[in-house]
Design a protein around this ligand. Sequence first.
Ligand SMILES: [Mg+2]
Length: 455
Amino acid sequence: MGIGRAPADTPAPERGGAAPPRPSWAALGALVSAQLRTAGRLGELGSTAARRNDRTGDADPLAGHERAAGAAELAGRLRAAPAPMARGGVACEVGRMGSVQREEADRVRGCLLGGAVGDALGAPIEFDDLARIQARFGPAGVRDFAEAYGREGAITDDTQMTLFTAEGLLRAVARGAHREPAAPGSAIHHAYLRWYFTQGSRPRAVGTEGPEWPDGWLVREARLSSRRGPGVTCLSALGAATRSFGEPARNDSKGCGTVMRVAPIGLVAASERLAYELGAEASAVTHGHPTGIVAGGAFAMLIAHLQRRLPLAEAIARTRAFIAERPASGETLRALDASVALARGDVAPAPAAVESLGGGWVAEEALAIAVYCALVARSFEHGVLLAVNHSGDSDSTGSMTGQLLGLTLGLAAIPERWLARVELRDVIETLAADLAALRAGAFDASAHRERYPGG
Ligand SMILES: [Mg+2]
C-alpha cells in the first residue's frame, strides 16, 4: 500500500453488484472465541480435515488423524506448563514440541515472516515502474534488500497492519477468557485504530478517548510508530470512524489495503468459511467497495485452506467455488481466473506476465498477482522476486506472495540472509508464536491479559 495510488483510493468506476450480506458478528465473535480458546483446537481441526479427506480422498498425510493425535499431545503438554508460553517467547516452547507441532508453528512463522520479507523486497520500488527498477538495479531488477525508509530490510504498512490484525484476533480471544467475547471484526477494527495511532493521528472513535488508550504491547513498540507509505483509504476511513467498532467504512474504495493485511485470520479461523467472513469484515471497516471486501475474504479463505495443507491449486479452486456463490464477486472471480489461466499457459514467468494481471493497486489485482506468482514459483526466492519486479504495487504483491509461499513451503524455504535482516523480526516472531499457540489451543488467555487486554 502507499500514498498517491490514485486508482486504488478514488471511487471505483464499477460496482460489482449489491453489497455482500453481513453475518451476525456478535454470534461469530462468540463462536471464534470459544472455539479458538479451547485447548486441543488443533486436534479438532485435524479431525475436521480427516473427515473432509475421507470424503475427498485427499492423501495429505498431515491433514488428518496423525495431526489430530499430535495436536492433542501438544495441547496436553502446554496445559501442564503454560507459563513459558505466557511470556510470548518463541524458543521456549519449541524444545518441547514434536516434529509435527514444530512444523505447524514454522508454517505460521513462515507466513508472517515470508510476508515481511516480500514487503521489504518491494519497499524500495513500490512507486517505481519497471524501467526505473531496471535502471536502478539492472535488467533482473531487485535481487536483494535495498534501502528504503533509511535502512535495508524495512517493512511497510502492509506488514504493520498484518501485525495489528494478528493482535486484534489475539485480543478478541483474550477478552473472551474474562469478559464477554469480543466480536473479532470489532477487535480487529480496534487494532487498526491503534495502528492509526502509530501513524501519528488520534482516532475519534468512541472508546479511544481515555488516557489509558491505546493499551497493549504492540502499540507501545516504538519501531512501529513510523509511516511507511500508509494507504490513503485506510487512514481516512480510520480517521472517520466515530461510532462502534466494526462499522463498515462509508467509501467506495477497493484498494489492496484489504487483502494485504488479512492473512492472520486465515491462520487461526476455525473454518475456511469463517476465514472468509471475518476477512470480509476486517476489509469492510476501511474499504466500502464490494470487490475489496470479497477479495479480502477470499485471501483469508485461501490462507485457511493452505493452513489445512490443501495444495495451492486446490485451495484456489475451492476459494473460487465459494466466492462464486457470493454476491458482487465478479471482479474477483475474473482476476483469479486470469491468474490461473496465465500460470497454466506457456507464457514465461516475467514482469510482462505479472503486469498483464494489472498493477495490484486494487484488491482483486493484488490477489491475482500473488496467486500467479505463488503458482509458478520455483522457490520462495523466485516467487517473491517475480512478485516485486513490476510496475505496480511491489510491496503489497511481494508481501502477499511471501505469505502464500512462506505458509506452503515453510520457514526453511526463506533464505536466511533475508530472515536475518528483515525489520521487526522479533515482533513478528512473537506474534507468530502467539498465533501458533492459539491455533494449537494452547494460548493462555489469562496469562496474557496485560499483553492482550480486552477490547
Ligand atoms: Mg506498503
